[in-house]
Design a protein around this ligand. Structure first.
Ligand code: HSE
Length: 300
């Protein structure tokens, strides 16, 4: 009895929707191989692709910890035993929802092995608890799109109200500059209060972006991808952020911003070739600054 599950990387915030918008890409993503075993308990037997950074201890690893929470919820923790192999195919701490992808793959796997007692949406609170363990905040803008696919809005956290939005027929260019930006720290930088004038600009952009998705209006999507609340503070954590934006837009990007809490940046592009050209441009610029990087091009 074993199952192999892939869960995708995700781009949270989508520029103006801090903590409320996110979308899944086709690649990269993480893989979990989960196998039933007779003795109860959740074990991580192998992790690859993490450069030894993730804990194997079941209660500290977000994958096993969230699987344990799910088993406890179902009242089956004394009975069910699983071994978990986690294969990471994306960098940790990159702003690509790396912990979210692993957690979602684990939850999806255990749910499959148990004959799907829960719906995808019912798995979400467990994935959010995994995020809380990973970065101190149980936000859903990575786990929800990793679970449900496409573009997702978290309309409300209490009560949880999640809405699937139409995903734009666009490509996504992602560049991960090799600098360290822990989500925990990137969240602490943000101001806790906002001036009304900025709030008006921000909710105008959120409404514009969502309208753009429904109307399939690429121009409106691009115009709405502006963030006056969070990006101005986080931009300084990313090497030459504003120059990267200029280069992306010159190379044909529809919109550009920080992916999640960074340091990765992303751009929407009309097609795969433009996305590839943007990725190239940004990587070349970073390399000129002495910063290594990885690039990804994916459909949404
Ligand atoms: N919405 C979260 C943040 C995503 O921006 O901190 C973290 O990946």
């Amino acid at each position: 009895d074993s199952v192999r599950v892939f869960a995708p990387a995700t781009v949270a915030n989508v520029v103006c929707g801090f903590d409320i918008l996110g979308f899944a890409v086709e690649r990269p993503g993480d893989e979990v191989l989960m196998t039933r075993r007779p003795a109860p308990g959740v074990r991580i037997t192998r992790i690859s692709g993490d450069e030894g950074r993730l804990p194997l201890a079941a209660e500290r690893n977000t994958v096993s910890a969230s699987v344990q929470m799910l088993l406890r919820h179902l009242g089956r923790e004394q009975e069910v035993g699983v071994d978990i192999e986690l294969h990471k195919h994306m960098p940790i701490g990159s702003g690509l929802g790396s912990s979210a992808a692993s957690t979602v793959a684990g939850l999806w796997a255990i749910n499959e092995l148990l004959g799907r007692p829960l719906t995808a949406l019912e798995l979400l609170p467990f994935a959010m608890q995994g995020e809380e363990l990973a970065c101190g905040a149980g936000h859903a803008d990575n786990v929800a799109p990793a679970l449900l696919g496409g573009m997702v809005l978290i309309r409300s956290y209490a009560p949880l109200d999640v809405v699937r939005l139409p995903a734009p027929a666009l490509h996504c260019a992602i560049v991960y500059p090799h600098v360290e930006v822990p989500t925990r720290d990137a969240r602490q930088l943000i101001r806790q209060t906002v001036p009304l004038k900025d709030a008006v600009t921000q909710w105008g952009n959120v409404a514009g972006l969502v309208s753009g998705l429904f109307l399939n209006d690429v121009g409106l999507i691009g115009r709405s991808m502006q963030d006056v609340l969070v990006e101005p503070v986080r931009a300084m954590l990313i090497p030459d952020f504003y120059r990267l934006r200029e280069l992306a837009l010159q190379a044909g990007a529809i919109g550009f911003g920080i992916s999640g809490s960074g340091p990765s940046v992303f751009a929407f592009a009309p097609d795969e070739a433009t996305a590839a050209a943007i990725t190239e441009q940004l990587r070349r610029h970073l390399s000129g600054l002495g910063v290594g990087s990885q690039g990804y091009v994916s459909a949404i």
